[in-house]
Structures are given as structure tokens and as C-alpha cells.
Write a protein that binds this ligand. Structure first.
Ligand SMILES: [Cu+2]
Length: 168
């Protein structure tokens, strides 16, 4: 939209041009600040918002750990505080062969606060070779950490962690 001639005299100086540029810069700065604030608000509330989502099932996750590949499956699909979580740990070697001679120990804790550490063994299951099982319980909703130590005779130890979101 062009300005009426009466407001735009032909002898216009540089001042209004500079002022228009300054207005544009201010507007850009305002948009940038608003965007940053909005992002911070979303980040601030994202954890509580995630807790409100009805279904967010845990998907089996595979990690390469040393010469091994570790696949962690958890049930039930909807992990909830106070409900036992069954963990199934499938181990294969560099040749993708399952192995049954490992001693698997775990530590289960909430990294964001001191709630103690539950430790124990994951025992080999008879159903599936190379699969080890255990059970944990999260006392409260939030991000939990499962640390797995894999020890095999005459081989270097391996350890890895999994971050697990438990609903409250
Ligand atoms: Cu906690």
C-alpha cells in the first residue's frame, strides 16, 4: 500500500528511511525473542505434556556395544510407575550369533534424583537362546536409566545404558 502524497513529500530526507529500517529490525528482533520464549515454554512443559499423552509405547531398541549388539525389549508396551517392567535382553556377537555364556548384570535408577539404585542379574531364558530376562519397577514417572554389564569368559566386558521413559 502506497502512502498518500500529502504524507510523502518529494523532498523527503534520509531520516524516515532509516526509521523504517529500524522498525523492520525491531520487528525482526521481537519475532526472534517471541520465538525463543515460545520454545523455552514448550521445552519447560514438554515433560509434563508427555506424561499426559495416553499412548507412547516403548519400542525395542538395539545398541552396538563393543563386539555385541544388545536389543532391549520391555513389556508392557505402556510403562507405568509402580507396575513391574519385564526386560528382555537379546545379545548377539559380531557375527550376529546369539550367545548364552554371558553374565548380565543391571543397575536401574532415576538419573535426575537420588532414589537409590536397584541392581541384579538378568538370567538366560530357556525360550530363546541368547536372551536374558529380568524385571524392574519404577517408583515414579520420569526418565529412568538401565545400565547393562555384559561379561563373557575370556572376552572384554561391555556396558551400555538405555534411557527409559516411564509414565506416572
Ligand atoms: Cu524420582
Amino acid at each position: 500500500m502506497s502512502m498518500p502524497e500529502s504524507l510523502q513529500p518529494p523532498g523527503q530526507t534520509d531520516a524516515p528511511v532509516l526509521s523504517a529500517a529500524a522498525t523492520r529490525a525491531r520487528r525482526r528482533a521481537l519475532i526472534a525473542i517471541t520465538t525463543v520464549v515460545a520454545l523455552l515454554v514448550v521445552l519447560w512443559f514438554s515433560d509434563s505434556l508427555a506424561g499426559l499423552l495416553p499412548t507412547q509405547p516403548y519400542h525395542a531398541t538395539t545398541q552396538a556395544v563393543g563386539d555385541y549388539r544388545v536389543t532391549l525389549s520391555l513389556t508392557p508396551a505402556q510403562l507405568r510407575a509402580g507396575t513391574p517392567i519385564a526386560a528382555q535382553i537379546a545379545l548377539v556377537d559380531a557375527q550376529h550369533q546369539p550367545f548364552t555364556d554371558a553374565t548380565v548384570t543391571y543397575a536401574w535408577e532415576m538419573p535426575s534424583m537420588d532414589m537409590g539404585v536397584a541392581t541384579g542379574h538378568a538370567d538366560p531364558t530357556s525360550a530363546k537362546p541368547g536372551t536374558y530376562a529380568t524385571q524392574m519397577t519404577a517408583a515414579m514417572g520420569g526418565i529412568w536409566r538401565l545400565t547393562l554389564h555384559i561379561h563373557r569368559p575370556n572376552r572384554p566386558d561391555a556396558a551400555t545404558t538405555f534411557a527409559i521413559h516411564v509414565h506416572s
